[in-house]
Design a protein around this ligand. Structure first.
Ligand code: SF4
Ligand code: ZN
Length: 165
């Protein structure tokens, strides 16, 4: 048993309040003296279910990404999808992010989520630019299978950087 649990407003026990209505659970946490310790514990142990340290699952996944220096989850994207994206990548020197997951047609990075096949380039673009891409998304760096969010370009960016002659 972790020592911070002795001072926990919720009694330090996992109970229905914390896995049921998140708003009610967060009210407990607001007056809890060991909220930071509790939050750290949940992030370190990968406890995603329920409310811990005053944050629900989506908020903790978002915080975990930002603590690792990664951009916050864009509006409308589930933090789980963003995590699945990063789980299938490897950071490469030079700021590239190599895709290790499946490829559509042997070349286009693809991610299956909630029974749909999604374009990883489009996910990466939304993470890097905070908006939906317009037209097709391509990687500007040319590095094999790079899906670094900041290396993604859509039609708007391509025409601004390389206007048609
Ligand atoms: S922060 Fe919330 S979940 Fe964590 S110990 Fe305190 S009351 Fe319980
Ligand atoms: Zn790259």
């Amino acid at each position: 048993m972790n020592s911070w649990r002795n001072q926990a407003a919720c009694g330090g026990i996992v109970n229905d309040t914390f896995f049921g209505d998140p708003t009610a659970a967060k009210r407990f946490c607001r007056q809890c003296p060991v909220r930071p310790e509790c939050l750290d514990w949940a992030l370190k142990t990968g406890e995603w279910h329920g409310v811990w340290g005053g944050l629900d699952e989506d908020e903790r996944r978002d915080l975990a990404l930002r603590r690792r220096g990664r951009p916050r989850v864009p509006d409308g994207m589930s933090p789980l999808l963003q995590q699945l994206f990063y789980d299938r990548t490897t950071e490469i020197l030079g700021g590239h992010l190599r895709w290790n997951g499946p490829l559509a047609d042997g070349r286009r990075p693809q991610l299956r989520h909630e029974n749909r096949n999604l374009s990883v380039y489009r996910i990466a673009f939304r993470i890097g630019h905070g908006r939906e891409p317009q037209g097709s998304v391509t990687s500007r760096c040319g590095y094999d299978r790079c899906v670094a969010p900041q290396h993604m370009e859509d039609r708007v960016i391509r025409s601004a950087v390389r206007p048609a002659a």
